[in-house]
Design a binder for this molecule. Structure first.
Ligand SMILES: Nc1nc2c(c(=O)[nH]1)N[C@H]1C(S)=C(S)[C@@H](COP(=O)(O)OP(=O)(O)OC[C@H]3O[C@@H](n4cnc5c(=O)[nH]c(N)nc54)[C@H](O)[C@@H]3O)O[C@H]1N2
Ligand SMILES: Nc1nc2c(c(=O)[nH]1)N[C@H]1C(S)=C(S)[C@@H](COP(=O)(O)OP(=O)(O)OC[C@H]3O[C@@H](n4cnc5c(=O)[nH]c(N)nc54)[C@H](O)[C@@H]3O)O[C@H]1N2
Ligand code: SF4
Ligand SMILES: [Mo]
Length: 689
C-alpha cells in the first residue's frame, strides 16, 4: 500500500484568541488542519498554550463555515457570485453616500483579524466616503485605556512587556482575571508567586486569580476610584511617595494631593476597612518595583477613563513607571485589538494615533494616500453608530463583530439594525448579527491567510497561511481590495498582506522600521520602531513620557457612582465576565468539542445567602429581569461573589444572553458603555412538568 498523504506540515503562526499573542504551530495533513503543536521558541508563551489555543484549529474545519456570498431576497438568503455581491455593496454604499453624505455610513472594524485588514478597511472608508464613522471593538473593551493612558502618559498603550512581570517585587492586579482571560500571562503570575513576589488582587469577586493573591481585597463593584484614591492618600500619609520622580517627571501633583485628602476613610463606599487600605498602601508604596495590571473591571464602566487615569496617578505617585518591573499594563483583550487601534480603525486618528483633526497631519495623509477632502472631525463610535441607525446612518458595514450578542442592550441593537437601509456583514460564520444583513461576505479565517497581529504588549506577531479557505471564502483583505477597485479608488493595488503592511509603514512613523523580514524571528519587535535600524521599544516612558511636554500628568479625580444602581425593584448588582473555556460570542469556541463540553450553557454566580433567601439551589435555572430585558441561566451558588452581587457569563446568545440586561450608558470621555454594572431582579423559574 502506498501512502499518498502529505507529510505533516507545521506552520508557525499566532493564536487567534486573546491579546497575549501566543505562538503556536498549526499541524497540516492533506491540506487539512489536524491539530496544534507548541512552538517553544516564542518568548511570550515558551511552548505553553491554554485550552483555547490548543483547540483553535477546530472551528476552521467546521462544516458551518460560510462558503459563498449571500444576498437577502424577499427575506431569504440566496447564494450569489462575488461579482453580484460586491457590485451590490459598492453601488449601495455609493448611492447612500451620494444621496445622504458621509455621516450616513457606518464602519465597524474587527479586532480579530490582521492589522493589514483593519488598515485597509479604514483607508477605504476614509478615502471613498470621506467619513470618520469608523470604530473597532476596543470601544467596548479598552477604549478607556487608550483615552486614559494617553492623558496621563501621552501614549494609550501598555507600558511594559509581559515577561517583565517577573522583575516586579509587588504585582498589583485590579479588575483583571488573567488565570481565565489571559492564561499565559496568568502563568507569569504563578511564576512570580513561586519566586516569592507579593501579589495583591482587588476584585469584587474571589476569582481563580484572586486565589493566588497574598492580599485579596474584595470591594463593592464600581467603587474603584474611591479605593485607589484612598490607597494614594495613605501612601502620602505614610510618606511613601517618590518625591524626586514627582518633581522631575510629572505635573499636577498638588491637584491630586488635594483631591485624595477627602478619601481617608472610604469604607462606607467600598466596604473596605481603612486599616486594610493602609496596609495595601504600605505594601505597594514600599516596593522597589511594583507593576499594575488591570483589565475590564476598570474599563467597562461609565467611569472607565477616570479609573484608568487613577491607576496612572498611583503608578506615578510611587515612581513606578519607565523601568523593568514597573508600569501600568492593561491586558488587551482580542488577539488584534491593539493592532486595530494602532491601524487607525478609530473615529479620530489615522494609523499610529495621528490625529485627524490636526491640519498638518491630515494634509500629509491626503498627500500620501493621493486624495483630497479627508474629514477632520470626530466620527461616531461603535455604540453611537448603533444609536444612529436609521438617522443619520443608513448603510453599515460590520466586519468580524457580533453586536447582537456582544453589545449592550441587545434588544436595542436588533431594533437599530432593522432600521438600516443596507447592512453588510463579513464573517466566517452565520452569526446572530449576520441574520440582519442584506449581504453576507464569507471571509477566510486566521489559518487561511497571512498578516500580523499586535499583542497587548505592542509586539507584532506573524500570522501565516496554513490551509486554503473553504469553498469560495476569500481572505478579508482581498475582499476590500476588490471592493476598492469596484469603487474606482486609487492606492489599493495591493497583491499581498505584505504590500499593505508596507503602505502602513509608509504613512505611520512609529512603525516605519518594522518590515516583514525583521519580524520573521519569534521575538519579533515592539513598536515604536521608527527606522529599520531601531531595536523596537519594549518599555515605554524610560527617560520621559510620550506627552508633548514630556511629563506625566496627575489628575485629581472624584468618585462617581455607576449609572444604574440597585434599588427595591431591581435589588441585585449584575457584573458580567468571562470564563476560561469560551471566547466571546462562541462562534469559534462553541465549535470546539472539548470547550463546549466543559461549559455548554450560560450561568450566573449568586451568593449563598441570597440563594438561600430566594430558595434557589445550585444548578437550577433562574431568570434575571432588568429595565431593558430578561435572561435565563443556571444558578451557581457560591461565595465567590458577595451578597447582592451577581456575575453572569457573557458568551451565550438567545435566552442566555447577558446583554439583554446591560446598560448603554456611556463613559463621557471614551464612550464606553457600562457593561460591568447594571441592576436586575432574580426569579426562580418553576419548571412546568
Ligand atoms: N477565556 C476567555 N479569555 C478572553 C476572552 C474571552 O472571551 N474568553 N476575551 C478577551 C477579551 S476581548 C478581553 S477584553 C479580556 C477581558 O479580561 P478580564 O477583564 O480579565 O475578564 P472579565 O471576566 O471580563 O472581567 C475581569 C474582572 O473584572 C471584575 N469586575 C467587575 N466589576 C468590577 C469593578 O467594578 N471593579 C473591579 N476591580 N473589578 C470588577 C470581575 O469580577 C472579573 O473578575 O479577556 C480576553 N480573554
Ligand atoms: N456584557 C458584556 N458584554 C461584553 C463584554 C463584557 O465583558 N460583558 N466584553 C466586551 C468586549 S471586551 C469585547 S472585545 C466584545 C467582543 O465582541 P465581538 O468582537 O462582537 O465578539 P466575537 O465573538 O469575538 O466576534 C468576532 C466575530 O468575528 C468573526 N471572525 C473571527 N475571525 C474572523 C476572520 O478572520 N474574518 C472574518 N471575516 N470574521 C472573523 C467571528 O466568527 C465572530 O463572529 O464584547 C464585549 N461585550
Ligand atoms: S493565552 Fe490567549 S493567546 Fe495564549 S493560547 Fe490562550 S487564548 Fe491563545
Ligand atoms: Mo475585549
Amino acid at each position: 500500500m502506498t501512502d499518498t498523504s502529505e507529510k505533516l506540515r507545521y506552520v508557525h503562526t499566532t493564536c487567534p484568541y486573546c491579546g497575549v499573542g501566543c505562538g503556536l504551530n498549526l499541524v497540516v495533513s492533506d491540506g487539512k488542519l489536524v491539530g496544534v503543536e507548541p512552538y517553544k521558541r516564542t518568548p511570550i508563551n515558551e511552548g505553553k498554550l491554554c485550552p483555547k489555543g490548543m483547540t483553535c484549529w477546530e472551528f476552521v474545519q467546521s462544516p458551518d463555515r460560510l462558503t459563498k456570498p449571500l444576498i437577502k431576497k424577499n427575506g431569504e438568503f440566496v447564494e450569489a457570485t462575488w461579482d453580484e455581491a460586491l457590485d451590490l455593496v459598492a453601488s449601495k454604499f455609493k448611492e447612500t453616500y451620494e444621496n445622504y453624505g458621509p455621516k450616513s455610513l457606518g464602519f465597524q472594524v474587527s479586532c480579530r483579524t490582521p492589522n493589514e485588514e483593519c488598515y485597509i478597511m479604514q483607508k477605504l472608508a476614509r478615502v471613498a466616503f470621506k467619513t470618520n464613522n469608523i470604530d473597532n471593538c476596543a470601544r467596548i473593551c479598552h477604549g478607556p485605556s487608550v483615552a486614559g493612558l494617553s492623558l496621563s502618559f501621552g501614549s494609550g498603550a501598555a507600558t511594559n512587556p509581559f515577561e517583565d512581570i517577573l522583575n516586579a517585587d509587588v504585582i498589583f492586579m485590579i479588575g483583571s482575571n488573567p488565570i481565565e482571560a489571559h492564561p499565559l500571562v496568568g502563568r507569569r503570575i504563578v511564576q512570580a508567586k513561586k519566586a516569592g513576589k507579593t501579589i495583591i488582587v482587588c476584585d469584587p469577586r474571589y476569582t481563580p486569580t484572586a486565589r493566588l493573591a497574598d492580599h485579596y481585597v474584595r470591594y463593592n463593584p464600581s467603587t474603584n476610584i474611591a479605593l485607589i484614591n484612598s490607597i494614594m492618600y495613605w501612601i502620602i500619609q505614610q510618606n511613601l511617595h517618590d518625591k524626586e520622580f514627582i518633581e522631575k517627571r510629572t505635573t499636577g501633583f498638588e491637584e491630586l494631593k488635594k483631591t485624595v485628602e477627602n478619601y481617608a476613610d472610604v469604607e462606607s463606599i467600598t466596604g473596605v476597612p481603612t486599616e486594610r487600605i493602609k496596609e495595601i498602601a504600605q505594601i505597594y508604596g514600599s516596593a522597589n518595583n511594583a507593576v499594575i495590571i488591570y483589565c475590564l473591571g476598570i474599563t467597562e464602566l461609565t467611569t472607565g477613563t477616570d479609573n484608568v487615569r487613577s491607576l496612572g496617578n498611583l503608578a506615578m505617585l510611587t515612581g513606578n513607571v519607565g523601568r523593568p518591573g514597573t508600569g501600568v499594563n492593561p491586558l488587551r483583550g482580542q488577539n488584534n485589538v491593539q493592532g486595530a487601534c494602532d491601524m487607525g480603525a478609530y473615529p479620530n486618528v489615522y494609523s499610529g494615533y495621528q490625529k485627524c483633526e490636526d491640519d498638518t497631519i491630515r494634509k500629509r495623509m491626503e498627500e500620501l494616500w493621493g486624495v483630497t477632502g479627508l474629514p477632520g472631525e470626530y466620527g461616531a463610535t461603535l455604540v453611537e453608530q448603533i444609536n444612529q441607525c436609521g438617522d443619520p446612518i443608513r448603510a453599515m458595514y460590520i466586519f468580524a463583530l457580533n453586536p447582537v450578542v456582544s453589545y449592550p442592550d441587545s434588544n436595542h441593537v436588533m431594533r437599530s439594525l432593522e432600521k438600516l437601509d443596507f447592512l453588510v456583514v463579513q464573517d466566517i460564520f452565520m452569526t446572530e448579527t449576520a441574520k440582519y444583513a442584506d449581504v453576507i461576505l464569507p471571509g477566510a479565517s486566521f489559518a487561511e491567510k497571512d498578516g500580523t497581529f499586535t499583542s497587548g504588549e505592542r509586539r507584532l506577531n506573524r500570522v501565516r497561511k496554513a490551509v486554503e479557505p473553504p469553498g469560495e471564502a476569500r481572505p478579508d483583505w482581498e475582499i476590500f481590495v476588490d471592493l476598492a477597485h469596484r469603487l474606482g479608488l486609487k492606492g489599493f493595488d495591493f497583491n499581498s498582506p505584505e504590500d499593505i503592511w508596507n503602505d502602513v509603514r509608509r504613512v505611520t512613523p512609529s512603525m516605519a522600521g518594522i518590515s516583514y523580514e525583521r519580524i520573521e524571528k519569534p521575538e519579533s519587535l515592539h513598536w515604536p520602531c521608527p527606522t529599520v535600524e531601531h531595536p523596537g521599544t519594549p518599555i515605554l516612558h524610560r527617560e520621559k513620557f510620550s506627552s508633548p511636554d514630556g511629563l506625566g500628568h496627575f489628575f485629581g479625580i472624584d468618585y462617581r457612582p455607576p449609572a444604574e444602581v440597585a434599588d427595591e425593584e431591581y435589588p441585585f448588582t449584575l457584573m458580567t465576565g468571562r470564563l476560561l473555556f469560551h471566547y466571546h460570542t462562541r462562534t469559534q469556541t462553541g465549535r470546539a468539542k472539548i470547550l463546549n463540553h466543559e461549559v455548554p450553557e450560560a450561568y450566573v454566580q449568586i451568593n449563598t445567602e441570597d440563594a438561600v433567601r430566594l430558595n434557589i439551589k445550585n444548578g437550577e435555572k433562574i431568570r434575571l429581569r432588568g429595565r431593558r430585558g430578561e435572561a435565563e441561566a443556571i444558578a451557581r451558588v457560591t461565595d465567590e461573589v458577595g451578597p447582592g452581587v451577581l456575575m453572569m457569563t457573557m458568551h451565550f446568545s438567545g435566552k442566555g444572553s447577558v446583554n439583554q440586561l446591560t446598560n448603554t450608558a456611556l463613559d463621557p470621555m471614551s464612550k464606553m458603555p457600562e457593561l460591568k454594572h447594571s441592576a436586575v431582579a432574580v426569579e426562580k423559574i418553576t419548571e412546568v412538568q
